[in-house]
Design a protein around this ligand. Structure first.
Ligand code: AMP
Ligand code: MG
Length: 404
């Protein structure tokens, strides 16, 4: 059985970046940039007023001084007149500053005499440059704004729009198929009877993939029969990723590894030293056209499936999106809020949530009942990694925290 570190390394070794494609900006959230993106103009493109008020020369402002208003400039219009001594231009937020003026007196400090077209400013002096944003203050044309490898967040879209990135080059959105297996499973819309349970992994895996921008096909429930599995696996292998749950342990009906082998999937590993999630399977499938597909067989218990996804499927998705990371990522170390003992013979990933103790920010290991207990997971924000089995960890010890 291999270690978690080895599993990460093997996934990275086999999974590489998908092709680069150009997409509309509106479709790019969650995708990863495949090139550096540069600014196509300065920001602001010209000196700009950031207040409604009067554009003046700072040296012109003083007690009792009055200035002649020469024109009005609103955002979207350019000034036509140079502000000379004793003059002011009425200006609105976002408008370009007129030549000759270096500052803006905010409208609230100005008194306008409409009849004479004169403004008096109730300030003794004004700081040169006040309420003016210089040309290029934010960034200059040609500057790299986002580096290749940046995952585009919703909050990045405004800046990308500002720099004219109507289309962006990204790593192609992966496709995936999800296949939960088990004779005991019924659809979420049904009331299970007798020994049946609802298929919770299928919808969960579809949701986790979809929220990562993966185009996901739900293959429905696969039954614990060779023929049903072969038919559904074949369909699933048309995607970049096939994610199965269940049927990978050592039970009599755990037919998944064999069915995958029959469909031409080469096993890379089966079983990883971790808890939960030990029976996890990873394999590679090379299609007739030479394109590679990747297969994860996650254990059926819902939390085991989730941990396998959070650790290894996420790693594969990052690699497809061009991540150069080959090894297990190092997570931030957080203090545990109470003593915790580990059992068994494998490193454990334990549901936890953030909390505050007298010593500051910490994470609380939850009262988790094991790998079928989704209820506790529902209260969790992440998982604490306890690397050593059979050890009592003291309150305050700092351990890796994997956010969910
Ligand atoms: P398996 O990995 O197939 O041996 O399943 C391990 C445990 O997980 C069993 O108790 C199954 O009933 C349960 N299980 C398997 N698949 C699912 C699923 N899709 N949703 C919820 N529980 C499941
Ligand atoms: Mg099963």
């Amino acid at each position: 059985m291999i270690s978690v570190e080895e599993a990460f390394r093997l996934v990275a070794e086999h999974v590489g970046p998908l092709e680069k494609v150009v997409t509309e900006l509106s479709q790019a959230v969650g995708m990863t940039l495949a090139v550096d993106v540069k600014a196509d103009r300065d920001s602001p493109p010209w000196r700009k007023s950031v207040m409604d008020g009067f554009a003046v020369g700072a040296e012109d402002v003083g007690e009792g001084k009055k200035l002649q208003i020469i024109e009005t400039v609103t955002a979207g219009n350019a000034p036509t007149k140079i502000v000379g001594p004793g003059q002011a231009t009425r200006i609105m937020t976002g408008a370009p500053m007129p030549e000759g003026a270096d500052s803006v007196a905010m409208i609230e400090r100005c008194k306008v005499d409409q009849d004479s077209g004169v403004v008096a400013i109730d300030l003794n002096s004004i700081r040169p440059g006040q309420h003016v944003l210089g040309q290029k203050a934010n960034f200059a044309e040609g500057e790299v704004i986002y580096r290749s490898g940046h995952r585009i967040r919703d909050i990045d879209i405004g800046l990308l729009a500002e720099i004219g990135a109507a289309q962006v080059e990204i790593f192609r959105r992966p496709t995936a198929a999800v296949l939960p297996t088990g004779d005991e499973l019924v659809d979420v819309s049904q009331m299970p009877t007798g020994p049946q349970i609802r298929n919770s992994n299928g919808p969960m895996l579809v949701a986790m993939l979809t929220s990562r921008g993966v185009q996901t096909l739900d293959l429905g429930i696969g039954r614990d029969s060779r023929d049903d599995l072969l038919a559904k696996i074949k369909r699933g292998l048309e995607s970049d990723l096939l994610i199965l749950s269940g049927g990978v342990s050592a039970g009599t009906l755990d037919l998944v590894p064999e069915a995958l082998a029959d469909c031409g999937v080469e096993a890379v590993f089966h079983k990883v030293k971790m808890k939960p999630g030990k029976p996890v399977f990873f394999g590679v499938h090379v299609r007739d056209d030479g394109r590679r597909g990747y297969v994860f067989g996650l254990p059926g218990n819902p939390v085991s499936s989730l941990v396998g996804f959070r650790l290894l499927v996420s790693h594969a998705l990052n690699r497809m999106a061009g991540s150069p990371d080959m090894v297990k990522p190092s997570m931030p170390l957080l203090a545990i809020s109470k003593e915790h003992s580990t059992r068994g013979d494998r490193p454990t990933f334990w549901p936890a949530r953030r909390c505050t103790t007298e010593a500051g920010q910490a994470v609380e290991p939850l009262d988790w009942k094991g790998s079928s207990d989704l209820n506790t997971l529902g209260q969790a924000e992440g998982m604490i990694e306890f690397p050593t089995p059979g050890k009592t960890y003291q309150q305050g010890e700092r351990l890796p925290f994997w956010p969910l």
